[in-house]
Design a protein around this ligand. Structure first.
Ligand SMILES: [Zn+2]
Length: 84
């Protein structure tokens, strides 16, 4: 095994590191998925979620966790529908 760390892209931890690119924007791909990171796994995020409501704070997530959140949101909506 050779020392490969210098080639590795350094990602930030959401809420701790502030990574802004030259164009002044923040990209999800510059951060770890907050859900994976909470489980001590360092997985690059794919995009911010949710993006449909500016009042809800967004976090960077990997695609797997975005899919999981979307499924749970749909199930919640169905539950509310049948409960109401
Ligand atoms: Zn994740």
């Amino acid at each position: 095994m050779t020392e490969n760390n210098s080639l590795e892209k350094k990602l930030g931890v959401w809420g701790k590191d502030k990574i802004v690119r030259e164009d002044g924007k923040t990209y999800a791909k510059d951060f770890y998925c907050v859900e994976c990171y909470s489980k001590k796994k360092e997985v690059p995020a794919d995009s911010f979620f949710p993006v449909f409501d500016p009042d809800i704070p967004v976090h960077p997530y990997c695609q797997k966790h975005i899919d999981e959140i979307k499924v749970s949101l749909i199930l919640d909506t169905i539950d509310e529908h049948w409960a109401g």
